[in-house]
Design a binder for this molecule. Structure first.
Ligand code: FEO
Ligand code: CA
Ligand code: CA
Length: 733
């Protein structure tokens, strides 16, 4: 998202045990015979891998044809596209892309055409801004979820945030209204902002090879920051979520900063809330001082009340706006909105097929900056397992394991199945162990590690004592609970993906910085100081069971520019596949991996716009142990880790480059692997209200051709594009 606030409140002492990790890798080196793990030996290993066969994962199996699809392909069937600074979507030869659903596009007929001049309203019936996570739900003739339908479906997508430079009449329109105390104008502007967020559900159909939105479909709807939702799971009804608009603590309004997503085997959509804490007005020192130490610890650990990207919505009269000010102003909690922030930061479940049902907020997943929620392939009789990372610097990786075992009879049961599988279960957090394995630690009130008085180190001089009284408290302060059990701080967990062919779980770690990843604070799972370009870690759960509490990990790829030193360019990236800041991730049903980037100012953005790459991943443990020599600018360190095969061996290739200033995010494919939906988020992000169309982006063009440049004076718009092969074949193979 634009001007991404990256919250950093992890003051826990969960420092990796470098010396123990060294011991781990010494053992491993003996086992693999690489007694000296210097960089030279790493390059040697890569050289061997590159010269060997380019198999699709070390299984040695020939490609299989399943359901007409090329499962486990041997090779990718396109030529890598070059880096690009052009203001258009660049694709391999033989591919095309149409703009399907752009910011402001209507969901219903009869709405005023989108003017795109900052005067548009009615975003509750138009596409919101900043398209992000997305899923295509096949829709059959009976109005039911059918994952095999590839020409008609409900596309559900998140609208993460707003592009302030293009959303309103002028860049200063909002501040002008505030300065003039013009509450009529301010309400119009704030309503536009609150309705520009949330989730879109739109029916889409493919006719004569071309996809289009079905206007007025009964499935079309927008969820916004006004939409009423039910609070479910252990936190529902707790004292600390009761407010003036929800006196029983079982209701919440809206969902915001919806980054990535998930989908369930029972046909529902999961919208994650990432930087939700940024929307609340700052608390004054006196207001913070009036909180108990425990409340102060919660607020500090989540960055609440620090006014990151505070939008001043509470200046508009009315409870729907007042709730963004969380100071205690009334006699009791149900007289004000002191608890409003405690009801945000969860996963919201939406049933695209039953639009009359209110979304349900699933609190059993815990409260943090959820990037998304990725459900492992469900197996009958086994728990439903969902992976979710906390996207802030030095935050953790979590998974949820349902209490109820999966019953395939619940397919199509919608939110009733959600109640069964998502409201009762166990939240775990990941520890990347010193011996090459990992461990999932349960965040449950009966975990003895969480008993008694705990302490949060606010700064060098202040510590705040707190305790966990209930499971609801553990979940609502999951970060604090994860600190206590010694979770491993990661370099910003973004998307996860489960390889449907072998169950390996992949996680993008988008980047770090010198403050959060200094050279004296590395571990095998986060081995590069600063780590401006990020990496992708992966793991295999023990006994091929996603509910297992132990796993083995290695690092799939490191981001880098192609011309960086070999010490830094660990995966051997070339001009065909250099990338930075991995974010979006998807492994399609054929086992083909798609990687999307959100590279800001610190990466390789001066040489290319953001991009999407494709690879045929191997499997955990198919690579080598290596020593990474790394520096934060002042201190140099050497750290041992495990890496997978080289970028060349996994055939990593650039498939798409987006227009200027955009992030590539959101990805979903039809079951026939012939239509790929991708989101182009915030083209022209670096523009200004005065100069949005001068030297940055005017994408997309009115022609609807995503590969064409936009027209002069056109304000850039986030949009969903759909990618096809011109010959109608399967994508990428
Ligand atoms: Fe919204 Fe973590 O990217
Ligand atoms: Ca992002
Ligand atoms: Ca993201």
């Amino acid at each position: 998202m634009g001007h991404h606030p990256v919250e950093d409140s992890n003051n826990s002492n969960n420092r990796p045990f470098e010396e123990i990790i060294n011991a781990r890798f010494s053992r491993r080196r003996l086992l693999t015979g690489t007694a000296s793990a210097a960089t030279v030996s790493v390059l040697g290993a890569f050289g061997l891998a590159a010269c060997g066969d380019s198999s699709s994962g070390g299984s040695g199996e020939a490609p299989v044809d399943t359901g007409g699809l090329t499962v486990s392909p041997e090779n990718l069937g396109f030529r890598a596209v070059p880096t690009s600074l052009e203001d258009r979507v660049v694709l391999p030869e033989g591919y095309r892309a149409d703009v399907l659903f752009a910011k402001g596009d209507p969901l219903i007929s009869g709405l005023a055409p989108f003017r795109n001049d900052g005067t548009d309203v009615d975003y509750d019936n138009r596409s919101g801004d900043e398209h992000d996570g997305m899923h295509f739900f096949g829709l059959n003739g009976s109005g039911q979820y059918d994952a095999t339908v590839s020409d008609r479906g409900i596309l559900v997508l998140n609208h993460e945030n707003l592009e302030d430079n293009t959303l309103h009449e002028t860049a200063t329109a909002k501040q002008d209204a505030i300065d003039a105390n013009d509450l009529v104008s301010l309400k119009r502007i704030v309503d536009r902002e609150m309705n520009g967020h949330g989730v879109s559900c739109v029916e889409v159909r493919k006719t004569d090879g071309k996809w289009a939105v079905v206007l007025d479909s009964p499935y079309n709807r927008r969820l916004t920051i006004f939409t009423e939702m039910e609070l479910k799971g252990p936190v529902a009804g707790a004292d600390f979520v009761r407010t003036r608009l929800s006196p029983d603590g079982r209701k919440r309004f809206g969902t915001m900063n919806n980054c990535a997503n998930g989908y369930t085997p029972w046909g529902t959509y999961l919208a994650a809330e990432e930087n939700w804490y940024a929307y609340f007005a700052a608390l004054s020192p006196a207001e913070i001082g009036a909180l108990s130490p425990k409340e102060q610890a919660w607020v500090a650990r989540y960055g609440i009340g620090a006014a990151w990207a505070y939008r001043q919505w509470d200046l508009v009269p009315g409870d729907q706006y007042a709730r963004f000010s969380i100071a205690a102003t009334g006699a009791t909690a149900t007289d004000d909105f002191r608890n409003e922030a405690n009801a945000h930061g969860y996963i919201t479940e939406v049933d695209p097929f039953r639009p009359a049902q209110k979304p349900r907020v699933r609190t059993a997943f815990g409260r943090f900056s959820h990037e998304g929620a990725w459900v492992a392939p469900a197996k009958a009789g086994q728990p439903v397992v969902i992976y979710s990372g906390d996207d802030s610097r030095r935050e953790y990786m979590y998974k949820f394991v349902s209490t109820a075992p999966w019953d395939p009879a619940d397919e199509n049961a919608g939110l009733v199945a959600g109640d069964k599988y998502l409201d009762e279960g166990t939240l775990y957090v990941a520890v990347f162990n010193e011996d090459g394995t990992g461990q999932w630690k349960a965040l449950t009130i009966d975990n003895p590690e969480l008993a008694g008085t705990q302490s949060y180190q606010l700064d060098d001089t202040t510590s705040l004592d707190y305790d966990f009284q209930t499971q609801a408290e553990v979940l609502a302060s999951a970060r604090l609970a994860a600190d206590v059990v010694g979770a491993t701080p990661m370099d910003r967990p973004e998307w996860a993906a489960v390889n449907p062919l072998n169950g390996d779980v992949y996680l993008t770690l988008t980047n770090g910085n010198a403050d959060n990843r200094p050279a004296d604070d590395l571990d095998g799972a986060n081995p590069r100081a600063v780590n401006s370009n990020g990496h992708i870690i992966r793991w295999k759960e023990n006994s091929a069971n996603h509910a297992a509490t132990t796993f083995e990990w290695d690092i799939f790829l490191f981001g880098s520019s192609a011309d960086a030193d070999a010490d830094y360019n660990v995966s051997g990236l070339t001009q065909d596949n250099e990338f930075s800041s991995p974010d979006g991730l998807y492994i399609d049903p054929r086992g083909v991996l798609w990687l999307q980037t959100d590279d800001g100012s610190s990466g390789i953005r001066s040489t290319t716009n953001n991009q999407m790459l494709v690879a045929i991943p191997g499997s955990v443990g198919d690579g080598e142990s290596v020593t990474v020599t790394t520096s934060d600018g002042t201190t140099q360190a050497s750290i041992d880790t495990l890496v997978g095969q080289s970028a060349e061996a996994v055939q990593l290739k650039r498939f798409l480059v987006g227009p200027r200033g955009c992030e590539i995010t959101g990805i979903t494919m039809t079951a026939d692997a012939r239509s790929l939906f991708v989101n182009i988020q915030h083209p022209g992000e670096n523009g200004t209200a005065e100069e949005f169309n001068r030297d940055d982006s005017t994408w997309p063009a009115s022609s609807g051709d995503a590969t064409a440049v936009g027209e002069a004076d056109n304000r850039p718009r986030s949009a969903t594009i759909v990618i096809y092969r011109e010959d109608g074949g399967e994508l990428a193979v």
